[in-house]
Design a binder for this molecule. Structure first.
Ligand code: MN
Length: 243
């Protein structure tokens, strides 16, 4: 199996080398990641200027690794162009959970979604954090078992996997929680007294049972299967009925 590994935290993130290491068990791994952090870039592509890439073997012993002057979606597009027959794209492990509506903003999940646009399976990995850096050595066995659970599940093209900060080992298949949005704009003053605004994330208290957020809050690894089609088919059906 030929696996492209990418992320949105950038080529130097310890989450990327952890994922590449686990992926290498399943086949040939090519790492292609942004040269600087690209978190919250969503599925942006670089279209008004060229993209370049350079070899980046540091931290990736024995693996082919490249840093790209672009977004996570660019990395997937470039990887699919340069290397033939990529079977699977893995993205992450993001430092910070990608739960609920963060699916709209996440560069990590968007890289996996970009793979699906090219007809390649895409799986995103993220881990919850507090003020401390995640312990990827401790997380590694949980990444292994999550990947083992899904790696041969060919029907599901797009998966969003989230680990709690300290997983207890249970893996659950979940729904994306969309009832609450955690994005918020905070207004503050800069040191010169000028007004500025900061888009931030606020904790959500209420969680729907069976959702991604619920799973991670209860120490479980969450796997959410996703689809590309945003069409409101329920509305289409209701509308046709009422005509
Ligand atoms: Mn990130």
């Amino acid at each position: 199996m030929k696996i492209l590994v990418t992320n949105d935290d950038g080529i130097y993130s310890p989450g990327l080398s952890c994922l590449a290491k686990v992926a290498a068990k399943y086949g040939e791994v090519i790492v292609m990641a942004p040269d600087v952090e690209q978190s919250s870039m969503g599925q942006a592509i670089t279209s008004a200027k060229p993209i370049t890439y350079k070899k980046s073997p540091i931290y990736f012993e024995g693996l082919e690794a490249y840093r790209v002057s672009g977004t996570p979606a660019d990395c997937v597009a470039l990887g699919a162009h340069l290397f033939e027959n990529i079977d699977l794209v893995l993205s992450g492990i993001n430092i910070g959970a990608n739960l609920g509506n963060s699916a709209w903003h996440s560069g990590t999940l968007s890289a996996a979604r970009q793979a699906v646009l090219f007809g390649i399976r895409g799986i995103a990995f993220s881990v919850s954090v507090n003020e401390q850096e995640p312990d990827f050595e401790a997380l590694e066995p949980f990444v292994k078992s999550a990947l083992k659970e899904v790696v041969h599940e060919n029907e599901r093209q797009l998966l969003n996997i989230n680990f709690p900060r300290k997983p207890e080992g249970e893996i659950v298949w979940t729904k994306q929680s969309i009832r609450h949005y955690d994005g918020k704009v905070i207004d503050q003053k800069d040191p010169m007294g000028r007004q500025h605004y900061w888009f931030t994330v606020t904790p959500i208290e209420e969680v729907e049972e069976g959702s991604d957020r619920w799973a991670v809050r209860h120490g479980k690894t969450s796997i959410t299967p996703m689809i590309l089609d945003l069409t409101d088919t329920k509305y289409m059906e209701e509308r046709a009925k009422n005509k």
